[in-house]
Design a protein around this ligand. Sequence first.
Ligand code: GLC
Length: 440
Amino acid sequence: MSSYVTRKTPGDTAWFTRDRFGMFIHWGLYAMPARHEWIKSREMIPEAHYDVYFKYFDPDLYDARTWARQAKAAGMKYAVMTTKHHEGFCMFDSQFTDYKSTNTPAGRDLVREYVDAFRAEGLRIGFYYSLIDWHHPDFPIDMLHPRREDPDARQQSEGRDVRRYAAYMRDQVGELLTHYGKIDILWFDFSYGGRHGEGDKDWMRGKGKEDWESEQLIALARKLQPGIIIDNRTELEQDLWTPEQYQPQEWIRHAETGELVTWEACQTLSGSWGYHRDEQTWKSPEMLIRMLVNTVALGGNLLMNVGPTARGYLDSRAEAALAVYADWMKVNGRSIYNCTMAEPDLLGSLPPDARFTQSQDGKRLYLHLFAYPFAHVLLKGLAGRVDYAQFLHDASEIKFTEGAVRHFSEGAAKGDGLLVLELPPVKPPVVVPVIELFLK
Ligand code: GLC
């Protein structure tokens, strides 16, 4: 059994740390400007213009079953979809607002279709819910708000009562956790308490747990869905630490106690969460696979994002990226699911340009070759510990010797404890080859 123990949390994370790989879906009106999901704030788009998106939002090609099949084929085991992003637009039929998908030409509860389709494919269901809301009339204007530069921003903000907004969030979270069956993850985003505006914007205040009334919000969620996994972005510690857009170098630890924690990296296929037509920084197949491996090699989960178009489908670039995962996971999923960081006494054997993962029962060690070497892999300290070795993708035997590289030349490596894998000269046709080592 894995010796790594994580800090205990209220939610049920056992399934989560087995499943390891999920799909993030950022979808909302911002898919129409197609220039990033923060566009309303970044460009300080006037309300009247943003209303145009509401007026014409018509995802006529949305078929949640297709997305669910794509996610499943990519090896993803759960999904988290934006029910409302910072723009405030609701993708579900809330009775507490008119600013919702059912009142656009879409005319449908897009969240319900997502839930039904993903559940039917056997995936677990998560909801992203934005704490920030740039539409709600009671959300005070602050330094992230699209109206921050309006000459009358202060007057506009007067009378806005964040307590009414907090009650609105509870109402909506109540709906989301009551009307859609079992929900596995609730992903709030995000807090920026303690910050304030500068100069003549000094009156602007960031927002955090007091504004959101996080205690009440979370108590409600736990009451409605015991066991649900909740992230830490309400400014109240819950189940999930969520490093975003960088690769952690170590298993994430609790800031005060130093305990290992349950963590999930969230990443994008390109440089935007929402659909971005002109953005070009799409990650290479190698990088996509490495990010997943890097994450599990440090005991974490990966939530990889897609930003569907406003017509409701995943564009060809996103499809191609998912196909990379599908091809790889189909034959290599065993090194990801139910796996975690290799035991400390094995980590010292890690060769260059490679990553280990280990099955949680401790019996199998997976060596991921980021750069394919010629023609041996030297694993120091593993002699006597491996019973059998094979490529994972085709279960073809990898021969090995112990104590020395089998070669007639002088100067070939030797050493007690050395385990030497003999590799074919040609890299097999998988983006990152994996060698499965059955431990004694
Ligand atoms: C950030 C962004 C947001 C995105 C999220 C995903 O906090 O505000 O647009 O939804 O990260 O982690």
